[in-house]
Design a protein around this ligand. Structure first.
Ligand code: ADP
Ligand code: ADP
Length: 231
């Protein structure tokens, strides 16, 4: 599904160069639930942004569904992104002046899904994450756990091939965090690929793979309880 080959990312500001990712090789298979871990500044957010086609890489290759993304136009990337990728953020990132329903239906509007179908799909997904009774509320009147469930619904409403989650439980208490992780696990068991940045060893155990980054490099990978050191 996803292949990164010798991928690097260098940020250049006026007089400083920062190597955020250094020669990353990674294959993510369809159906994987991958946790990306590592200390602050090691490149986790950069990796997720590149996987989500929000940032370009400096060198190497990124293949998504066997297609090489190197050099594709912004328009082209956004087309691929909006029909294949759902995003979940630590701080929910809901639009304050839209209701729960309006937030969740938005990705379907961007995709041009007809009105009746998009309303049905939105209602179904709100029900699935257990937030349908709040459909007409604004996000500010919901608890953090409820807001993250809305954000999960917004990510899932397009039936994405891949969900990218950046510390999805980072602003939640343990109960709400568990609920969100279970939603991700259910989703994954139905076949959706999940890639998640996390600081939580507990959350990382929901996945089948853990990749550890340090100074922009993959230093270890654990797959289903096996540990492989990467030199
Ligand atoms: P993490 O998510 O693991 O905390 P990041 O991917 O945010 O790490 O950052 C990796 C490195 O790249 C850090 O040194 C960070 O300061 C740098 N960096 C991230 N984004 C930018 C940017 N837009 N411009 C310049 N440097 C950046
Ligand atoms: P988090 O750790 O919660 O993911 P970060 O603090 O790593 O958040 O980064 C927040 C945003 O700031 C990201 O979009 C990242 O690309 C950007 N960023 C991080 N470090 C730098 C930097 N040194 N210069 C410019 N932008 C940066």
């Amino acid at each position: 599904m996803i292949t990164l080959k010798n991928l690097s990312k260098i940020y250049r500001t006026e007089d400083i160069e920062t190597t955020a990712l250094n020669d990353i090789n990674l294959v993510v298979n369809s159906g994987d639930f991958l946790a990306i871990m590592g200390p602050s500044g090691c490149g986790k957010s950069t990796l997720l942004s590149i996987l989500g086609m929000l940032e370009s890489h400096t060198s190497g290759e990124y293949l998504f569904l066997d297609e090489d993304l190197t050099g594709k136009s912004e328009h082209n990337l956004s087309e691929i992104r909006k029909s294949n990728i759902g995003f979940i953020f630590q701080s929910f990132n809901l639009i304050d002046d839209l209701t729960v329903f309006e937030n969740v239906v938005l990705p379907l509007q961007y995709l041009g899904v007809p009105k009746e179908e998009r309303e049905q799909r939105t209602e179904a997904i709100l029900k699935r994450v257990g937030i349908d009774h709040r459909a007409n509320h604004l996000p500010q009147f919901l608890s953090g756990g409820q807001q993250q469930r809305v954000a999960v619904a917004r990510a899932l409403v397009i039936n994405p091939k891949v969900v990218l989650a950046d510390e999805p439980t980072g602003n939640l208490d343990s109960k709400n965090g568990e609920d969100v992780m279970q939603l991700l696990r259910d989703l994954n068991s139905e076949g959706t690929t999940v890639i998640m940045v996390t600081h939580s060893e507990v959350d990382a155990q929901y996945g089948n793979r853990i990749v550890r980054l340090f100074d922009g490099k993959i230093i270890a990978e654990h797959s289903e309880k096996q540990v492989k050191e990467v030199d």
